[in-house]
Design a protein around this ligand. Structure first.
Ligand SMILES: Cc1cc2nc3c(=O)[nH]c(=O)nc-3n(C[C@H](O)[C@H](O)[C@H](O)COP(=O)(O)O)c2cc1C
Length: 378
């Protein structure tokens, strides 16, 4: 494992922020094998007796809250998340072929006060393994590169297990991404999204999301800003999925990209059932001396998530809602980005999100779903 000089993996244990269920000081592989950690490992079931009343993509769910694609690496993580009352959860993005994990570290805490505006994201942020801060204000990098195991049947077998452990009113969603392979044309690459989606459907998962917005694989780029790519991927994937609902995961579209966003949505609506937004905001991340901190080519820029990107997720949800009204069409909106507290959940719901999800916030607060349910019933 490569290490960058000033990053230490052992001394930060037991920080006052509490132990996250994904331990950033361990490698992805160690997390996969030994995790989840912290309260996600205590086996305590926080589910309350709810009658699933909310209709989401044709399924009845309890609370429209959960965890997006990312920190739930396998069925053990999914089981723990369901037990803690996260009712709509994603299994981490998988591929049709094996793909390596970016070298450790993958998750660093980044120094930023307030919003990570697009202007601010042009300048480097300082990243470190010091997570000893107020978890409600935390912003982090996530830079994994959408790893996928060899052979792919490993994730398929495990996803099968995850698909059957959802309790009443709970839903598992699979996330997949295409992989550029030797000799592939653009269309072959797009077809590979569909192939991965079919492989996920074969596991019994009832909803599939295509990840069109990963900023952490330099060679693949972020496909959601190309209308042709999005259209082709959605058409090909829908052909494979039939009636199984299809979601797309988008990154943030700036106000200058509003026409593009509308145009894409108008054209893909025949093929999709909903939109998740946002993924992370890309920004350069350096150490205290100003040097690239995540080791490896193409990793100066990393996806930033957590408190500082809430403005962007909320803004996208509001604009998606407006587009939905303008077009007079129905599609589900999954609001993601910087949801750290029950207040943030309500803000997203008021902005128009049908379902709200939290990645960074839930990693450091395993009780977040429970706290939201308390507020809803209290
Ligand atoms: C540890 C971690 C891993 C992630 N991996 C993925 C992934 O595999 N696929 C994906 O679409 N998004 C991934 N994300 C992005 C999240 O789904 C989410 O869009 C982003 O973190 C913003 O939400 P947050 O501010 O609540 O963290 C990951 C995020 C984190 C923190």
């Amino acid at each position: 494992m490569l290490k960058t000089p000033f990053l230490e993996r052992s001394s930060q244990k037991g920080s006052t922020s509490g132990e996250p269920f994904y331990d950033p000081l361990k490698s992805y592989e160690e997390n996969y094998k030994d995790g989840p950690f912290g309260a996600f490992a205590d086996g305590v079931d926080l589910r309350v007796n709810e009658t699933p009343k909310i209709n989401f993509l044709g399924f009845k769910i309890n609370t429209p809250f959960g965890i997006p694609s990312g920190p739930l690496l396998n069925s053990k993580f999914c089981k723990a998340a369901f037990e803690k009352g996260f009712d709509v959860i994603h299994y981490k993005t998988r591929r049709s072929v094996a793909f390596p994990t970016n070298d450790w570290p993958n998750v660093l805490s980044v120094e930023i006060d307030g919003d990570l505006t697009l202007e601010r994201a042009k300048k480097p942020l300082v990243g470190s393994t010091n997570f000893d801060k107020d978890p409600k204000k935390l912003s982090i990098t996530n830079s994994f590169g959408n790893p996928s195991p060899e052979p792919p049947s490993i994730w398929q077998e495990d996803m099968k297990k995850a698909a059957v452990i959802a309790g009443s009113g709970q839903l598992l969603i699979a996330s997949v991404v295409g992989t550029i392979q030797k000799g592939f044309s653009e269309e072959d690459y797009y077809e590979d999204f569909a192939k991965a989606a079919q492989m996920a459907k074969d596991t019994g998962v009832k909803v599939i999301e295509v990840n069109l917005s990963c900023p952490n694989v330099a060679s693949e780029g972020i496909v959601c800003y190309s209308k042709n790519a999005v259209l082709s991927i959605c058409k090909k994937t829908k052909e494979k999925l039939g009636k199984t609902p299809l979601l797309i995961k988008l990154g943030y579209f700036s106000l200058d990209q509003q026409d593009l966003l509308e145009d894409i949505i108008k054209n893909v609506l025949p093929y999709i059932n909903g939109i998740s937004a946002i993924n992370t905001l890309p920004a350069p991340v350096v150490d205290k001396e100003g040097k690239q901190v995540l080791p490896g080519q193409g990793r100066l820029i990393a996806g930033i998530c957590g408190a500082s990107i809430k403005w962007a997720g909320l803004d996208m949800v509001k604009r998606l809602k407006q587009i939905r009204e303008k077009l007079g069409k129905d599609f589900a909106i999954l609001g993601v980005g910087g949801v750290m507290t029950p207040y943030d959940f309500f803000e997203y719901r008021n902005a128009g999100a049908d379902v709200v999800q939290s990645s960074t916030g839930s990693m450091w607060n395993p009780n977040l779903a429970y706290e939201i349910k308390q507020k809803l019933t209290g």
